[in-house]
Each structure stands twice: as structure tokens, then as C-alpha cells.
Design a protein around this ligand. Sequence first.
Ligand code: ATP
Ligand code: MG
Length: 404
Amino acid sequence: MSSPPEPTRTRPPFQRSYLNRQAVAVVRTLQEEGYETYLVGGCVRDLLLGTRPKDFDIATAAKPEKVRSLFRRSRMIGRRFQIVHVHHGREVFEVSTFRAAPPKQDGSHVKIIRNDNVYGSSFEDANRRDFTVNGLFLDPVAGEIVDWVGGMQDVQDRVLHSIGDPEIRFREDPVRILRLIKFMRRLDLAPGEAEIVAAERHAKDLTHAAPARLAEEIFRLLATGQAEGVFEDMQALKILRYVLPELRSWLRQSDDNREAFSKRLAALDEMTANGLCADYDFHLAVLFGVRAEQEFDPQQRRMKRKEYPQIAAAILSEFQQRARLPRTAVACATNILLAQLRLDPPDHISASRRQSWNPEALMAQAWFPLALSYLKLRLKADGRGSELWDEWHQRYQVFGQSKA
Ligand code: ATP
Ligand code: MG
């Protein structure tokens, strides 16, 4: 193999207080043992873009067993590709050994990558990554950025370019198309023209991606705080039909559906910006909530109330089964949706029925806080003011105190 080109080394300014000291200590230990080691991926990108990274990943020339032996509080995770979780202070860092890209594909016959577990050099490790801004290495001890992929220029220009030809990179791993949208929206980076063309052209390849990975990226997209824009992009790039076909057909049924859904996403974004910390149970309820509520409405369909749980579960299950989400996620999302009928009873629920409900039994459920957040989201989306939420919130606090 020919020797790799020299990387560009620079010392760009960045907010040093955003650097995690424990992560730097882990890097230093590995370097002192003689192993080339860097901070990598999203944390380097975020530092250079001036935002506080949420986690710090480390890549090293040391093999997993070596890393494991150097840190007492560490453990090996992952079967297919081993990485080491190193606990330092109160934090955990993911330490992975440099990996090589799978064999080069020539563009005429690109296969999906399912096996990328071959160790490699730092140069190879940078080149197997998705976008140039995600392929930068930071040596936090020397304060130096090591750039094999032209990422520094793209950080400065605030653009998203694939490492290599996007046609090939999106075909070998279509999940990168969703990641493109995520970074465009969350970091406000402009996509390259070739990236947009390739994303649209290979959107249908998303049907071949591992469903669990797709679902993970969809939930991450919902948590960006830019979910409304993300869905616009997914529609513009004709991606929705491949990742959420059931949602797409429902959206296409009417303008009202589209408008109601967009309002929910806008409310979600507002709540995310205000610190909502939701997991995929909640996001699942957001994705399919309006549709379920329509079905609960007796004006739309004749059905008995005891059928509601099955109706909700049926709507959620299509996606859950395809995405291989745990069944508990559907159970929790269903509970969030059904709880709304009690938190905010629709007109068709009779006064006597309302009086028979016991709010304590509802508030005692582990998922109640999520149901309450969901009520807030609905009220916001419908422009109804927060009085009803305030009432329940207060009641819940009193309930909590009585239990303490
Ligand atoms: P986030 O802030 O959303 O966590 P991130 O860039 O850290 O963004 P991760 O999913 O945590 O994203 O992945 C860490 C790094 O691994 C990325 O920065 C990128 O270098 C690499 N990576 C992740 N997914 C892919 C992929 N599908 N193809 C190639 N490289 C990837
Ligand atoms: Mg990350």
C-alpha cells in the first residue's frame, strides 16, 4: 500500500472551557503509552463550530484489550466491533481503535456496507467517516487539529460535504442521507450540491438500510429542535415514503392532516428548545398522535371506548415492527395518547364518566410525566394556552408531596 498523504495540522482557536478535562486525561494516558490518540467525530466538529459538545469520543491506535488494561474502570462493549467504555470521574467515554474503510467501491456496483470491523491507521479511520466536518481529529494535549479530509475548510465555510463521492457514500450506507438532514438542520450547515442530488437519487436505498438504525436516526431527527424543518426536507428530498410510508400516506390524505402535524412538530421544537428531554416513547406518540386522536373521535368513526387501546396500538405497531422497536415503546406511547382522553376529555365523553375517573391512579403511573408533557405539546400546537396543563401540573406536585 502506498503511504498516506500528510494531513494538514493547524491550531485553530476554540472555546477551551468546552473541552472535557477527563476526556483529555484519557487521551493523555494513551499518548503517554505511545499510542496515537485523538478526540474525534461530533465533539471536534462542535468545538470548532463554537457549540458545547454533548459527548467526547476518542479514537486510538491502541487495541481494545490494551485500552481495557490501561483503565481500571473500563469495560468492553459491542460484539461485532469492540469498543471500550472508559469511566473517568463521573463521565464515560467511548474509546475505539482506528478502523479502516471497507474495500473501495468503484461506483458501478456499490454494495451496502455491513462489515466495517477491520483495524486501520488514523488516516484510514478519518476516511471511513461520513462528512468532512465529522472526519477531523483533535489532539487536545498539543492543541492541534489533524485534518486528512479537508474538514477545516468546510467548517469555515459551514458546508456539509461527504468524504469522497456522495453517490458512493450514500449508496454504501443510506443512513448517511438522514444524517445529512440532521446536520443541515441542527448545525445550520449548507449541504453541497452534489450531496443533495445524491441524497434524492438514492433515497430509495433507505429501504435496504437496517431498520433499527433508521429508527434511531429518525428519533434523533425529532430531537434536533428542528423537527418541523427536518420533515420539510424529508418531503422535499422524497425520503418520507421510504422511511415512514404509513405517516406519509396519512399526511397526503388532507391539508388538515399536514397542518395539524406541522403544528405538533413546531410545538415539539419549542419544547425541545426549552429543555424537554424526551426519548423515543414520547417521539413515537408525537409521530402518530394526531392520527390516533382522529380515530378516537366518534364523529370520525363509530367505535367503543374499550377499542381505543387496540386502535392506538395498531397505528403504532406498523412502525414498531418494521423498526424493531421494543414492544414497551408502543405500550408507553399508547398510554401517553390514551391518558389525553382523561387529562383533556373531549366533548363526547359524558360527565358521569368523567366523574368516575380517579386522577390518583393516573398520576401514579410511571409514564404520567410524559403524558403531561404531551398535553402541553397538544395545547401549544392548538394555541389553547397552558391553564389546563398548569392545573394538572399543580395537582401532580401535590400528589408527589403526599407520596413523599
Ligand atoms: P451527534 O452530535 O448527533 O452525536 P456525531 O457526529 O457525534 O453527531 P455519532 O452518530 O455520534 O454522530 O457518530 C460519531 C462519529 O462517527 C461521526 O462524527 C462520524 O465521524 C462517524 N459516523 C457515524 N455514523 C457514520 C456513518 N453512518 N458513516 C460513516 N461515519 C459515521
Ligand atoms: Mg456523537
